[in-house]
Design a protein around this ligand. Sequence first.
Ligand SMILES: *Cc1c(COP(=O)(O)O)cnc(C)c1O
Length: 378
Amino acid sequence: MSDFLPYGRQSVSDDDIAAVAEVLRGDWLTTGPAVTRFESDLAEHTGGTPAVAVTSGTAALHVAYAAAGVGPGDEVVTTPLTFVATAATAALHGAEVVFADVEPDTGNLDPTAAQAAVTDRTKVLAAVDYAGHPAELDRLREVADSAGALLLEDAAHSIGGSWRGRPVGSLADLTTFSFFATKNLTTAEGGAVVSPSAELVERARAFRNHGLVRDRDRQRYPDEGAWHQEVHAFGLNYRLPDVLCALGSSQLRRLHAFKQRRAEIHARYDEGLRDVPGVLTPVRRPEADPMWHLYPLRVLDGRRRALFDHLRAHGIGVQVNYIPAYWHPVFEDLGYSRGLCPNAEAYYAQELSLPLFADLDDADVDRVIDTVRSFFGA
Ligand SMILES: *Cc1c(COP(=O)(O)O)cnc(C)c1O
């Protein structure tokens, strides 16, 4: 058996390593100029939307909900077909999470289901760009506006993508990114919140840094002394260090190449698997220019688990994205039961993510295709 093929893997270049080493030799390991630079570099990929770098995609969600003022008594409407953090971070702020079902083909939040789920207590409508394919952002915007809620886009999969020609990051009130090792670009661990609203950005920055207010004009006790800083609302330490921001800036220079290579691999899987009876290949809306983070193959006739085991046995790393969030016992214990979102559950039952990362070569893609085909006798 040849070596194990992972389902996702970082691509780190000599330039990336040099950028990190340079910071390690300098004066600022954290809260220095590389942070500001990374935030402005990020804005070049989001239509100029200001960014706040944080320590993970999960931190970005926690910060975004804090900036939105989410708290007890509020509802956050979201999709169950996501990593649990999209919902968990809202629950940690004391909000009630309301799951709305997904579209059966894209796996993205269904605007009609979202419309039925919002109430006058809905503070945030949180969509996820599943697999890197942007959600129905225009219709979701209407739903959020009609409910007086903010629109949040969990873009952990989709930095570099666009919807109707508008880049991800410029579409929602709050957009969150993850720079975990297997995502589209990486800072090892890291994330960001971006928002076109100066007020939301300021609240996000404050929550990232303990809620500290250093600006004398905004202090309650400005004459205390030059050392003085005060906390007006609780926050945490979610600061992404310069060391990792330098890696992020360096990786961003290759984002376009990453996107292109991911699209090539995606197209090669489509081509190689489209005619296989027993699977469905992913769909794309005409409005969407996805950044393909996942290749979510759907396996029919209850054979997903058998194909998963078959591929793993052949040294091919596959994943399932995602167990419906409310199936986690923590939500089950809060009273959420199975059957709540039938489309998401049906999608989950069929889904299998094939290996997809920028350094994956065509020979390995073809090996995956051949192994899937042989499983089906195709
Ligand atoms: C990865 C991911 C997160 C969390 O990001 P981390 O950087 O791993 O904390 C949140 N939402 C989605 C959809 C993700 O894929």
